[in-house]
Structure formats: C-alpha cells, structure tokens
Design a protein around this ligand. Structure first.
Ligand SMILES: *[C@@H]1O[C@H](CO)[C@@H](O)[C@H](O)[C@H]1NC(C)=O
Ligand SMILES: *[C@@H]1O[C@H](CO)[C@@H](O)[C@H](O)[C@H]1NC(C)=O
Ligand SMILES: *[C@@H]1O[C@H](CO)[C@@H](O)[C@H](O)[C@H]1NC(C)=O
Ligand SMILES: *[C@@H]1O[C@H](CO)[C@@H](O)[C@H](O)[C@H]1NC(C)=O
Ligand SMILES: *[C@@H]1O[C@H](CO)[C@@H](O)[C@H](O)[C@H]1NC(C)=O
Ligand SMILES: *[C@@H]1O[C@H](CO)[C@@H](O)[C@H](O)[C@H]1NC(C)=O
Ligand SMILES: *[C@@H]1O[C@H](CO)[C@@H](O)[C@H](O)[C@H]1NC(C)=O
Ligand SMILES: *[C@@H]1O[C@H](CO)[C@@H](O)[C@H](O)[C@H]1NC(C)=O
Length: 909
C-alpha cells in the first residue's frame, strides 16, 4: 500500500511536467463524414515511457498503441484510432500523460461502453459490433464477410467473397478452342482479430483463390484487412493479392469482391440502384421505375421513388398505374465499365438472355455502387481510385430477385485479359555480352527468366457502407468522396521535426529566418517539379491496375513523349528516390496534394515494383517498360526507407508493415541473385554465401539496413536480430581500411559483420566509388540510424562522414587520403546533400559553401540548374496525341535528386 501511495504522489507531481499535448488536423478540409480513422504521432526521445503513458483525445474516443520505441524504451511513434462521430472536429488534441522515464504508471483505458466495439470470436467465426453494424467474418470456407447487420437487426450484406476469372491463353488469331476458362472464389486459410479492439477492430483474413470448376490449382493468395471503428457503419477494407501465376498460361480476366444483398419483401418499385458517376454525380434508378410512364401514379409517388423513400401505399396511387405494374419491366442487372481513365459506359438489362440497354455514361466514375430498398436496407461498396486503376467495373445483379448482389471489379471482366507476358521475345540476347550491348542502346538490362511477374503484388482499398434504408443521393456522393480521399489526420510539420523521429535532414518550409532570394528561388523550383509531376500524371495518363502510382523515367524530345517504350527509360520504379523527395516535401509543407502523390507511390513501389514470393522476395526491379521486366533485381528499389514516412504517419499501416518484413528477406535473395553478375571482373571468383555476400553498401545493404532499423524501432518479431546486425555492421564496417570508399565488401548476413572484399583480402584498402551508391536512401537511412541510436559506433559515423566529404572533394584531396582519386563521378548535384550533411555534422561553413556550389553548378547531364527554363511549353494540334505541357529539360533522375538535395541543403547548409 505504501508503495502505491508514493507512486501516486510522485505521479501527481510529474503529471503536469510530463504531459505532451499535440494537435492533429485533417490533411484536407474537415470531412463531412467521420467514420473513424487511424493516424500516427512521433514522440521525442526520453519523453514518454512505454507502458506508463496514457493518451486522451480532446473529443471522441481514442485507442492508442506504440508503433516504435527509442532504444531507451521510450515511445518513438504511436498509432491512434478515433471513433466515428456525427461530425468531425476541425482538429484534435492528443495528450500523452505519463512519466518521462523511471516512474511506472499503469494507464487506464479510455473506455466508453456506450460506443465501444464488441468482438466475439468462436472457433469458426469473428463478429464485430461497432454499435452501428455487426459484421461477421468466417475463419474458413469462401464467405470472407458472412454477414453485415445494421443496429436495427437488418442483414444488408451477406456471403461477401472474392471472385477471380482466368484463362489459359489469349485468342489473338483464330482458334480459341484450346483456351481453358476457369472461375475461382476465395478459400479462407485463417482469420484473426486485433487483440485490442476498443475503438478500432482489425480483422485480417488470409486465403487463396480456389477453382469452383475446372482443374486449375489454387492460386493468387490474398490478404484482406477489415478496419471497423466504434460507432461507424463503414468498413475500410485493404485488399492485397500476390500474382503467383505463369504469365504465359495464367491470364486474369476478372478480379473482384462480391456481396449479396437480401431484397425479399421489398417491392420492385421500392428497390433502388445508385451508381457514382462524375464529380459527385449519382445515377438514380429504381428496379421498377414508375416515373416517365404514360400514366402518372401521382407526384408524391414519383418523388418518393426518385428520392429513394418508400412510396406511399398503393391505394393512394392513380389506379391507371397501379393496375398495370405487371407491364413495367424490372431491371435486374446494371453494369458500369471503366475501361480507360477517360470514360465509362453503363448499361442495364431485364435479365440474362435479353439485350442490354445503354445508359448514357460519362468520363470518370467515382466507383461506388448501392443496392437496397426503402424498407429492407441496403449496401454501398466503393473502390478507391476506381478510374485511376482502370480497367474496373461495378456490377449490380439480380436486383429483381430475392437476393441481389454488388460486385466491385478491381479488374474488369469486360476488359481484355490482363497480359503480363514480356513485351519482346528476348531479341536474341542470350549472353551477358549481348545483354550489356543492348543496354548500350535501349538502356534495358534484359535477361531471360528475370522478366517475370511471379511474386508481384497489388493492394487496393475498398469501403463498405451499410444502411437501414436507401440513403439520400447526396449522402452517397459524400461517401464517394470519402472512398476516394479517405480522411487523414496529421500533426503539423514543426512538431514532427522537433521530435527528430524521421531524420535530421529536412526543415519546415520557411523555418530558415535568413531566407534569401536564392532560397526562395530554390523553393519555387521545388514547387515547379511537384506541380510538373502532378500535371504529367494526368496529361500522360499514368494510370491503370498495375501502373497507378508510378511516374516515367526519361523524356523523348523528338516525339514530345515520355520514353514509355524505350527499355530502361520507361517506368521509373523509384529510381534515385523521387519517393524521398515527395515525402520530405510533404513533411516540410503538410500539403495534401503532395501526400496523395507520395501515398500512391508507396502503394505502387512497395507492391508492383517489388517481389513478395519466389527467389526475388525482398528485392525490387530496376526501371523499365514493364514494372517487373528488367533483370536488375535489387533492394535499392524495394527499400522500406521509401515507405517509412507513410508507415508511421498512418499509425502503422499493416500492409506496409508486411513489406518491411519482406525487405528483411532480401538477405536470402542475395544468395540467389548476384546483382553484379554481369559486370564483375571475370577474374574475381564469387560464389554467394550467406556469411560472405559481396554487396554494395548503398544499392544492396542500405535497403536491408532500412528494414532492420524499422524492425528494431517497431520491436517486430526479429528486432533483436535486426538491432544486433546493425550494431555489428557499425562495429565492423569502419575496420575496412577505406570505409565506405571500399564500395563493395563481404557482408555476413548471419551476424551483420563486414569483411574486406575478395579483391583485397588483406584489407590494404580498395577504392570503388560508384555514383549510384548514395542515391537510393543510404544517407537518409544512416541518419535515421544515427538519430535512433546515439551510442552507435563513432567510427561508423566518421567513416560515413568521410565518404560524404570525399565524394565531392578535389581529386588531389582524394588521392592524398586514399592513394588514388575516385575517377570521374557524376550526380554531383544529388551528392551535394552528402557535402551538406558532413558540413552540418562538422559545423563547417566552408563545406556548406561547397555543398551549395555543387548543387547550383553541377552542369552535367543529370542535373537541373538555375539556368534551366523552369517553365513548360504547351504542345497541341497534330504535333502530339493530346495537348501536353512539356519540360524537355527534366528527367526524373534529375528531378528526384534536385528535389531531395534542395530540401536537405535548405535544412543542413
Ligand atoms: C530520465 O529523466 C531524467 C530526469 O528528467 C533525465 O535526467 C534522464 O536523462 C532521463 N532518461 C532518459 C533515458 O531519457
Ligand atoms: C510493455 O508491457 C508488455 C506486457 O507487460 C511487455 O510485454 C512489454 O515488453 C512492455 N514494453 C516495454 C517497452 O516495456
Ligand atoms: C460515451 O459516449 C457517448 C456517445 O458518444 C456520450 O454521450 C457519453 O457522454 C460518453 N460517456 C463518457 C463517460 O464519456
Ligand atoms: C494464415 O495462413 C497463411 C498461409 O498459410 C500463413 O502464412 C499465416 O501464417 C496464417 N496466419 C495465421 C494467423 O495463422
Ligand atoms: C396493393 O398492395 C397490396 C399489398 O402489397 C397488394 O396485395 C395489392 O395487390 C396491391 N394493389 C394493387 C392494385 O396493386
Ligand atoms: C530460383 O532459385 C533456384 C535455386 O537457386 C533456381 O534453381 C531456380 O532456377 C531459380 N528460379 C528462377 C526463376 O530464377
Ligand atoms: C597488401 O599488404 C600486404 C602486407 O602489407 C602485402 O604483402 C600485399 O602485397 C598487399 N597486397 C596488395 C594487393 O597490395
Ligand atoms: C572545413 O572544411 C575545409 C574544407 O575541407 C577545411 O579546409 C577546413 O579546415 C574545415 N574547417 C574546420 C573548422 O574544420
């Protein structure tokens, strides 16, 4: 008892001094609908001890958990879920209360039973009651969501399952008789629910697609994550598939999720179909229309039907209509197809076997469909970025029967089958010599069997909304916006910066008080590049099932066209870190459009450009015409440093968390894939061995290090191993005579230690400096590591600062230090950020000057200079396919490094 009393006394004294109140605001305007959301917050080192800090929100209920720890055990990042509410506050204040360190206080859960979530779990099902809906999930079988029930007890959705259509070939010319067609449905392996489900319950279902008919093996594994919030009638669903087929015999011809909607007991004329059109538009239809007829049932009846309300009793109808309902066709099926980002068609039919009737379509559908009735309730399902991920479809079917359905097609069955085969036949490139020669002309690094989609993934977001009765069209319009721009809460840039939880290399825009006209010019150039890419995405239609979220790499001035068809110049696949440019620009400005740009990139690069199964698991693919086509499989593309900001700001997005674990597996992939197999001096004998992997510190190790650091911070299942390896790397790497200037050395993936390269077994010192080593996030990863663990070997920090210093130093200085110079290096502008980094860490103004000089006066091919036009030129008419704004002096390599270096120089130099 005495101990408790002292503890409480100590607590009251500490309470005021250790509380931290942080404001979070909506990324866009405050949403019209708050269906609950999750967000993340950073905390400065040493402030709040995990397990003895409690969190409260200024309004609404809060569930909080720790997503990352500082090495001293204090909280680095938290995730928070707020419950749904009638209206959203403009901002929330999240208060962390608890001793900074030392004193242990057990947090009281902020429960409010009136709206808390109730979870029940049995051996075969999980049921979640949010207070507004009860959703049931199966642990086996096909129906992932077995039912969705409103608080009035009405079942408005059931038998929610996945569907897949596939075919064994494509009928290109003539005979299609040999093609086998198969249909698959979800087969559940397992389902789990989050342990803590006070304000947010997360149900995770894993499984595979199983053939209903035919002999095709089970394939296309999936993970579905359902997020349900207290007091909410919405379910956010994160849908992930991994392609594990053979591109020559497994063509996807339809991929979707279907929910059945009970309609029995509802009059046909009281059943409503709503489909989102363009710019908030909604198609208003009843299954049996009583408007526009030759005889008028009465205005009250027509108005009720149009508004989705129950029509008055039929005794009030004009009998000229009510006696003739049997002659009015009922529309059973509706189908919207968005086969391009520019247009959708929509049609309906009375039943199978009868012709479809066209409904006027539009440009870009909001991607949401509703089916239900005035009395029986209904369901709406929407796909985020519906038109951006074309070809997509929405089906409403069997609306005139007792059980209708809504199908959201992530890949439309009306489109041509998805073709993942290589786009060329190899062109006879059957030796490394030929492949390297081809690289000289198309810049494509081809190799047979490396151009495979086996193991790539795609993640989509789907929102499910339940209703007791047909909602107003305006409500569905608001929900369509909600689906496409899910509300995001974030802390302001000043606070995030102050915690130092995401590196020391960026500053809040405008924070530098001595901002001169020069920095204003640099800021305007950063803005130009952001605006340019946002505009190019739209003008060049960088959209599609696999493509959305990527940008192009190089530009063909002659054709006024990005080099979408020229080997290694096409899709960018995160080359030279545009992701870091965009995320850092978001961090320093808080701009919503930059966040959305970077978020789409996270969902692309980590999924499509990276491998999740097979030999390449943990590696990504170099830029090319097809995202998976190039034979350079490296962790420089899959590195989680590109996704880290999103991971933490989103409160620990679970799918992104999976990707970090996969990147840890790159250590195994290094054994199967030798990144420098084509370019290594043939006199060097190298046989990959887990204890002696010949790696480049920047293009290979840095990505694994980023994953290890995240694992350590998160205290994931391998965190002790990850920490141990990072510390061992930091201890052993400086023992390489020339540190990072060694470039490539032997990494022991079992303990993280480094040894001299096979070319220099005695460690006499080797100089191998590549322009590529430091342009895939190694500086940012190392800085985050140094910020995370101040105890990290000083020798390691110094070795890195030496690399930063000498890359841009004069040849004479290089020679004086290393016995030889580094040769002719490019990407000086991008590397100016290394100079700025060492200038800052060594507090050397001369070096800061050198950094700016390198940044502004690089004058090589892959850079942007103050003398560039910094403006676009409009092309239209017959010169181009569609009108475009061109900046032929911009390549994505240059833009990515210009943006990243500019941000870091503004912060560090
Ligand atoms: C714990 O708090 C004390 C007193 O404020 C401080 O001196 C110490 O550095 C803190 N420890 C950590 C690990 O932050
Ligand atoms: C917090 O408490 C849990 C359960 O007692 C324990 O497993 C975990 O290690 C603790 N975390 C820290 C950082 O002390
Ligand atoms: C619980 O939530 C309800 C509805 O949001 C609210 O009216 C009530 O005041 C809350 N109760 C407590 C104890 O916070
Ligand atoms: C669910 O099944 C998958 C595939 O077999 C497996 O990898 C995963 O570990 C399982 N998860 C759980 C929670 O059992
Ligand atoms: C009016 O509705 C009732 C009950 O639904 C039905 O039995 C009756 O046939 C309807 N009358 C006409 C004229 O359609
Ligand atoms: C995967 O690795 C195994 C073992 O090294 C090898 O036999 C196989 O050919 C590889 N598969 C591909 C597609 O490279
Ligand atoms: C490395 O140093 C050792 C001992 O100083 C010497 O014997 C050897 O020749 C050197 N090797 C090279 C490749 O310079
Ligand atoms: C700063 O860097 C310059 C350039 O390398 C060097 O000459 C000078 O000695 C450094 N100044 C300090 C104070 O270290």
């Amino acid at each position: 008892m005495r101990g408790v009393a002292i503890g409480l006394l100590g607590l009251s004294q500490l309470a005021t001094s250790t509380d931290t109140a942080v404001k979070v605001k909506w990324l866009d305007d405050a949403p019209k609908i708050n269906s609950g959301t999750t967000f993340g917050l950073p905390w400065a080192r040493g402030k709040h001890l995990a397990n003895s800090t409690s969190f409260t929100a200024s309004s609404g209920e809060l569930q909080s958990w720790t997503t990352a720890f500082w090495p001293d055990g204090t909280i680095k990042w938290t995730g928070h879920a707020i419950s749904a509410s009638e209206s959203a506050s403009d901002e929330y204040t999240i208060t962390a209360s608890g001793p900074g360190n030392g004193t242990v206080r057990h947090s009281k859960r902020q429960t409010n039973n009136s709206s808390a979530i109730q979870v029940t779990e049995s051996s075969d099902a999980i049921s979640v009651n949010t207070g507004k809906i009860t959703a049931s999930f199966s642990k086996s079988g096909r129906a992932v969501v077995s039912s969705i029930k409103t608080s009035n007890g009405m079942i408005v959705g059931q038998n929610g399952h996945l569907i897949l259509k596939a075919q064994s070939g494509i009928a290109e010319e003539g005979d299609a008789s040999a093609i086998e067609y198969s249909s698959f449905v979800s087969k559940i392996y397992n389902a789990t629910v989050s342990e803590e489900s006070n304000v947010r319950a997360l149900v995770t279902v894993q499984g595979i697609h199983h053939a209903e008919a035919g002999s095709h093996k089970d394939w296309l594994p999936f993970t579905l994550r359902f997020y349900l919030y207290a007091n909410s009638d919405a379910i956010r669903t994160v849908h992930t598939i991994v392609y594990d087929g053979n591109a020559r015999s497994d063509f996807i011809s339809g991929l979707g999720i279907r929910f059945n909607v009970p309609l029995s007991g509802e009059e046909l004329f009281d059943r409503h179909v709503r489909i989102a059109g363009t710019d908030g538009g909604i198609l208003h239809e009843a299954v049996q229309g009583i408007t526009g007829l030759r005889r008028d049932p009465g205005e009250a009846v027509r108005t009720a039907q149009y508004n989705g309300e129950k029509t008055p009793a039929n005794s009030t109808w004009d009998t000229k209509t009510s006696t003739r309902l049997q002659w009015i066709p009922a529309w059973n099926d509706y189908r919207l197809t968005q086969l391009s980002p520019d247009g959708f068609n929509i049609k309906k039919r009375t039943k199978e076997g009868q012709s479809w009737v066209k409904i006027p379509g539009g440009t870009r559908s909001g991607g949401l469909a509703y089916l239900g009735g005035a009395a029986s309730g209904g369901l709406a399902v929407g796909l985020r970025d519906f038109w951006k991920k074309y070809p997509t479809s929405l089906d409403v079917a069997n609306a005139a029967t007792d059980e209708g359905s809504i199908t959201v097609w992530l890949y439309s069955p009306s489109a041509e089958p998805m073709d993942l085969r290589p786009y060329h036949d190899g062109l006879g490139e059957d030796t490394y010599a030929k492949q390297l020669d081809a690289l000289e002309i198309t810049y494509e690094d081809y190799e047979d069997r490396y151009n495979i989609p086996y193991g790539i993934a795609r993640t989509n977001e789907i929102f499910i909304y339940a209703f007791d009765s047909t909602p107003l069209a305006e409500t569905l319009s608001t929900l369509t916006d909600h689906t496409n721009q899910p509300p995001v809460l974030v802390a302001n840039s000043d606070y995030i910066k102050e915690t130092r939880a995401l590196g020391s290399y960026w500053n809040v825009r405008g924070a530098v008080s001595n901002s001169s006209t020069d920095t204003a010019t640099v800021e305007s150039h950063i803005d130009f590049l952001i605006e340019f890419y946002i505009t190019q995405i739209e003008q060049r239609r960088w959209y599609g099932f696999w493509d959305h979220g990527d940008i192009m790499h190089g530009y063909d001035t002659d054709r006024h066209q990005w080099k979408y068809d020229v080997g290694g110049y096409a899709w960018d696949n995160s080359e030279l870190s545009p992701d870091l440019f965009f995320w850092n620009q978001f961090l320093r400005t808080g701009r919503a459009d930059v966040y959305r740009l970077a978020e789409a990139q996270v969902r692309h690069g980590g999924e499509v450009d990276s491998y999740h199964l097979g030999n390449f698991t943990g590696l990504g693919t170099r830029h090319g015409v097809q995202h998976w086509g190039d034979s350079a499989k490296q962790v420089r593309i899959s590195t989680p440093v590109y996704r880290k900001t999103f991971y933490y700001l989103s409160g620990g997005d679970e799918r992104t968390g999976d990707l970090v674990h996969e990147a840890l597996k790159a250590e195994q992939a290094f054994v199967l894939v030798d990144a420098r197999r084509k370019v290594r001096d043939p006199s060097v004998i190298y046989k990959p061995d887990p204890t002696a992997l010949y790696l480049n510190f920047g293009t290979d190790w840095a990505g694994v290090a980023a994953a290890q650091l995240l694992e350590w911070e998160r205290r994931g299942p391998r965190w002790k191993e990850a920490r141990g390896k990072l510390i061992e790397t930091a201890r052993t790497f400086p023992k390489l005579k020339f540190g990072f200037v060694t470039g490539e050395a032997l990494y022991n993936s079992e303990d993280g230690s480094w040894a001299p390269p096979p070319t220099d077994p005695n460690n006499n010192g080797t100089v191998t400096v590549s322009h590529l080593s430091a342009v895939f996030g190694v500086l940012e990863t190392l800085d985050q590591l140094f910020e995370h663990d101040p105890e990290i070997s000083q020798g390691f920090v110094d070795a890195w600062l030496d690399y930063c210093y000498y890359y841009g130093a004069s040849k004479a200085e290089q020679k004086a230090r290393y016995g030889k110079d580094f040769g002719s290096l490019n990407l000086k502008q991008g590397h100016s950020r290394l100079t700025a980094y060492v200038a800052n860490k060594r507090n050397n103004a001369t070096l800061a000057q050198r950094a700016w000089n390198e940044f502004l006066n690089d004058n090589s091919a892959d850079e942007l200079s103050p003398g560039d036009p910094w403006a676009t030129v409009r092309f239209n008419g017959s010169e181009v396919l569609t009108p475009v704004d061109e900046a032929d002096w911009v390549t994505t390599n240059a833009a990515a490094l210009y943006g990243l270096a500019a941000i870091e120089l503004l912060a560090l130099a």
